[in-house]
Design a protein around this ligand. Structure first.
Ligand SMILES: [Zn+2]
Length: 101
């Protein structure tokens, strides 16, 4: 190696913050952290799982729930609006009761 042109190379550890697996390596940076690794990524494990990064799935589910409840509320209001009005008794019936014919 030519002197004074290469970056400093450390013996370091890569740590997965999801499953906690750590493996040694050499790198110009120290104490590397990764969000997901081959030990826990669904592609390698073969399991069906949603990898939630920064609460994206939670946020989507909250939005979905909000929109569904709004739609249900709108449908309820629409139904209430389209309901036929109760028949009003005539003025005579209101004054004299049911026996006016
Ligand atoms: Zn992992």
């Amino acid at each position: 190696m030519k002197p004074d042109i290469h970056p400093k190379n450390f013996e370091t550890v890569i740590t997965c913050s999801t499953c906690g697996t750590a493996w040694p390596t050499r790198s110009t940076r120290q104490n590397l952290r990764v969000d997901i690794c081959s030990n826990c990524h669904p592609f390698y494990t073969g399991e069906q799982r949603i990898v939630d990064t920064a609460g994206q799935v939670d946020r989507f589910m909250r939005r979905l729930q909000t929109s569904q409840s709004q739609q249900a509320e709108a449908a309820r209001r629409r139904e209430e609006k389209n309901k036929p009005m109760p028949k009003k008794p005539s003025l005579l019936q209101e004054i004299y009761g049911e026996e006016t014919e």
